[in-house]
Design a protein around this ligand. Structure first.
Ligand code: NAD
Length: 355
C-alpha cells in the first residue's frame, strides 16, 4: 500500500506512527482534515494482523470522522488512532501513558476518546499525559456515556424521516423494528415508547432481547427475521454492513434509520434503497449524537447545550432530504455533498495578512 498516494486521494493531512518498545506501544494516529477545527476521534485497540491493516483502518475511520463532525455542524475535524495490541491482555498504565505523550506531541491537532477496545479507565491514563482527551468520567468533568445522546439523535433523525414519508413527525402508532438491543437501541426505545410507537426487537443476546420485552414491551423476533418484519421504520442498531443485496429486498418499512455505524455494505446500496423507495437516514448523520455530546467537553461540559445541539440532527436530516429530492440523488450522496460544501466554504475564506 502506498500510504502517501492514499492520503492524497482521500485528503488526509498527517499520519503519525508511534513506537515505544519499553511498554510495547505500536500505534498509528491519522489526522484527516482540520479545516473546521482540531481532529477528534477514538482510539481503537485491536490485534491487527498487520501494520497495513491497522493503517487502512485508521485512514478510513479518520475520514469518516471528518464527515460526521462536519455534518453535525461541529467545529471539529476528523481523526482516529489505532493501537496494535490485544485489549484483553496488553493493557497497561505505561502503554496508555506513552500513547498519551504521542497525542500530546500533536499539540491539540488530534483529540482522542474511547473506541472499540478502549474504556474510560484507559482515557484516565491517557489524561495524565495530555489534556487532549475527552470521554473522561463524569466525576472528572466529562460527559459520560455517549449512548443516551446517540439514542436521542437517532430519534430526531427518525422524526425528520417520518415528516417526509408520513406527513407528520409524530411516531404515535408507528411500528419500529430494532435490530440489536444494546445501549443505543435501549435509549432510542425509551423515546419511541414515550412517543407512542410499538416496538419489535431482536438481539443475539437472549438477555438483551428479554430486556426489550420486559422494560419496553417489545415483541421479540429472531435476528434472522428482523428484516422481514412488517413495520414503519427499520432501525439497524447492531452491526455494520446490514444493508446489502440480501437484506434490502426484504425490508418492508419505507424508512430505515438507526444507530449502527457503516450500515451500507457498499456505497451502491444507497442507490438500491432509493430504488426500492426506502428513505435512508445516513448513519453518520443519525448517530452523531454521541460525538456532539463529547464535543462539549473541551469547553466545559454543559448537558443542556449538548442536548439542544443533538436535537439539531433533525434539521440536518431535513436538509439532506431536501437536497436529495431537489437533485434526484441518494440521501447518502446528499449528506456527503452537504459536508463537502461546508468544507469548501470554510477552506475558501480569505486570509488576511496583519503586521
Ligand atoms: P452495544 O454493544 O451496546 O449493542 C449492540 C447490540 O447488538 C448488542 O446487544 C449485541 O448483542 C447485538 N447484536 C450483535 N450482533 C447482532 C445481530 N447480528 N443481530 C442482532 N443483534 C446483534 O452497542 P451500542 O453502543 O448500542 O452500539 C450499537 C451500534 O451503534 C454500533 O454499530 C456502534 O458502533 C454504533 N454507535 C454507537 C454509539 C454510542 O454512543 N454507543 C455512537 C455511534 C454509533
Amino acid at each position: 500500500m502506498d500510504i502517501l498516494d492514499y492520503m492524497v486521494r482521500y485528503g488526509h493531512e498527517q499520519v503519525v506512527y508511534c513506537s515505544d518498545p519499553s511498554c510495547g506501544l505500536r500505534a498509528v494516529i491519522a489526522v484527516h482534515d482540520t479545516t473546521l477545527g482540531p481532529s477528534l476521534g477514538g482510539t481503537r485497540m485491536w490485534p491487527f494482523p498487520s501494520e497495513e491493516a491497522a493503517t487502512i483502518d485508521v485512514l478510513r475511520l479518520s475520514r469518516a470522522m471528518t464527515y460526521k463532525a462536519a455534518a453535525a455542524g461541529l467545529h471539529l475535524g476528523g481523526g482516529k488512532a489505532v493501537i496494535m495490541a490485544d485489549p484483553a491482555k496488553d493493557k497497561t498504565e505505561a502503554l496508555f501513558r506513552s500513547f498519551g505523550r504521542f497525542v500530546d506531541s500533536l499539540d491539540g491537532r488530534y483529540i482522542t476518546t474511547e473506541d472499540v477496545g478502549t474504556t474510560v479507565r484507559d482515557m484516565e491514563w491517557i489524561s495524565t499525559e495530555t489534556e487532549h482527551v475527552v470521554g473522561v468520567p463524569v466525576s472528572q468533568g466529562g460527559s459520560g456515556d455517549p449512548s443516551p445522546a446517540t439514542g436521542f439523535g437517532v430519534y430526531q433523525a427518525m422524526r425528520a424521516c417520518a415528516q417526509e414519508v408520513f406527513g407528520a413527525d409524530s411516531l404515535q402508532g408507528k411500528t419500529v423494528a430494532l435490530q440489536g438491543f444494546g445501549k443505543v437501541a435501549s435509549y432510542l426505545a425509551g423515546h419511541l415508547r414515550e412517543a407512542g410507537a410499538s416496538l419489535v426487537a431482536c438481539d443475539v443476546s437472549p438477555r438483551a432481547a428479554e430486556r426489550a420485552k420486559k422494560e419496553f414491551g417489545a415483541r421479540i423476533v429472531s435476528p434472522d427475521e428482523i428484516c422481514d418484519v412488517e413495520c414503519d421504520i427499520f432501525a439497524p442498531c447492531a452491526l455494520g454492513g446490514v444493508l446489502n443485496d440480501s437484506t434490502i429486498p426484504r425490508i418492508k418499512a419505507p424508512i430505515t434509520c438507526g444507530g449502527a455505524n457503516n450500515q451500507l455494505l457498499e456505497d451502491r446500496h444507497a442507490e438500491a434503497l432509493k430504488e426500492r423507495g426506502i428513505l435512508w437516514a445516513p448513519d453518520y448523520v443519525a448517530n452523531a449524537g454521541g460525538l456532539i455530546n463529547l464535543s462539549f467537553e473541551p469547553t466545559g461540559y454543559d448537558e443542556d447545550a449538548a442536548h439542544e445541539k443533538v436535537s439539531e440532527i433533525r434539521q440536518t436530516m431535513e436538509r439532506i432530504i431536501a437536497i436529495a429530492k431537489a437533485e434526484g440523488i441518494t440521501t447518502a450522496r446528499a449528506a456527503d455533498r452537504l459536508v463537502e460544501q461546508r468544507l469548501a466554504a470554510v477552506r475558501g475564506i480569505r486570509r488576511l495578512a496583519v503586521e
